[in-house]
Design a protein around this ligand. Structure first.
Ligand SMILES: Nc1ncnc2c1ncn2[C@@H]1O[C@H](COP(=O)(O)OP(=O)(O)OP(=O)(O)O)[C@@H](O)[C@H]1O
Length: 331
């Protein structure tokens, strides 16, 4: 496995700046999740590492060597896309074996069989090994695509929303498996997702992209607890961070335009009254929708709460974030 670094990567498509001077280092064995709204540049960043696309400026290094002149195969990366890409005329087993049969690798037969069985078991597709790839559901095809990457031990795995087409149970299982692969094999992974549960549970580091710029790069807890801006703060946390006028609860620091409150930053039972609008029971979380001085906010509460619409709950901020008018953190 290998360290991956991007230095000053810029990529334009006409007037669109898909990546704007992005620099980041993915340590060897790290699981990096790229987060950001649609069009932020996440897929473009992966394509820069894979060699499927080239930067207008900047350099990518894998394992310490510049890879600008190398093809995807020469870069020794394994990719999984949101859209499965299988060989339709081959069986599941043949699709999984394919990467191991490269003449360069010369993998012994017994080793191929062992790896295919291991990966098929992990992805819960062992019973489908002799099916043609076309005789599978969408979720099964996607698992085979993931399997085709996992039979190999490349320098780096690149994954673009690989779990988004799977049902919730399988997604949860595969989150655990991917994390295990990373931990067991010391694999370096760069992974794009919109799903912040994936980011919080799997990532050693998250990179928050917005309009082609890397806003923040760090451990998921670090980005959650110490966001540099509104854009970074809004990427993590369910329910989303509440963003309200800075002085809504009283004095605000100089230059603050917005106060940011995650659920745990709203103390209930002290302060001034808010009115309960709705209690939303989601099973693993009970959300409280409140109105405070004409502003709506959402927090979480005890699953056994007796509160209901119209009830009053005193609230006050606890160690809130403050942001300036441009969204940068000021306190
Ligand atoms: N081949 C291309 N031609 C023209 N514009 C492109 C091309 N690829 C990407 N872009 C533009 O570059 C920007 C970044 O796109 P990218 O696909 O990297 O975003 P993303 O963060 O992966 O978004 P999503 O979450 O929707 O997949 C977007 O504005 C997109 O329209």
């Amino acid at each position: 496995m290998a360290e991956v670094s991007l230095s000053g990567i810029t990529r334009r498509f006409g007037d669109t700046l898909a990546l704007d001077d992005v620099s980041l280092t993915v340590p060897d064995g790290a699981f990096v999740v790229l987060l950001g709204p649609t069009g932020a540049g996440k897929t473009t960043a992966l394509r820069m590492v894979s060699g499927l696309d080239r930067p207008d400026a900047g350099e990518v290094h894998i394992g310490g060597r510049p890879v600008g002149g190398l093809t995807p195969a020469q870069r020794d990366v394994a990719m999984v896309f949101q859209q499965y890409s299988l060989y339709p005329h081959l069986t599941v087993r043949e699709n999984l074996e394919f990467p191991l049969k490269s003449p360069l690798l010369r993998t012994p037969r017994a080793e191929i069989d062992r790896k295919v069985a291991e990966v098929a078991g992990m992805l819960q597709i062992a019973h489908k090994l002799d099916n043609r790839a076309t005789n599978l559901s969408g979720g099964e095809m996607q698992r085979v695509s993931i399997g085709r990457a996992l039979v190999r031990r490349p320098s780096v795995y690149l994954m673009d929303e690989p779990l988004s087409s799977l049902d919730a149970k399988l997604r949860a299982d595969l989150r655990v498996e991917l994390k295990k692969i990373q931990a067991d094999f010391g694999a370096t992974l760069i992974y794009v997702t919109h799903d912040q549960v994936e980011a919080m549970t799997m990532a050693t580091h998250v990179g928050v992209l917005d309009q082609g710029r890397l806003l923040q790069f760090g451990a998921p807890r670090e980005v959650y607890e110490n966001p540099v801006s509104i854009q970074a703060a809004a990427r993590l946390g369910q329910p989303r961070i509440n963003l309200l006028p800075a002085d809504l609860f009283g004095d605000a620091p100089p230059r603050a335009a917005t106060i940011g409150l995650r659920p745990e930053q709203i103390e209930q039972g002290a302060g001034a009254d808010s009115t309960v609008v709705r209690v939303e029971r989601l099973g693993d979380q009970t959300r409280l929708h409140l109105i405070y001085r004409d502003h709506a906010l959402v927090t979480v509460t005890d699953p056994h709460t007796p509160l209901g619409p119209g009830d009053l709950v005193p609230i006050r901020p606890r160690q809130p974030f403050y942001f300036d008018a441009a969204g940068a953190r000021v306190a």
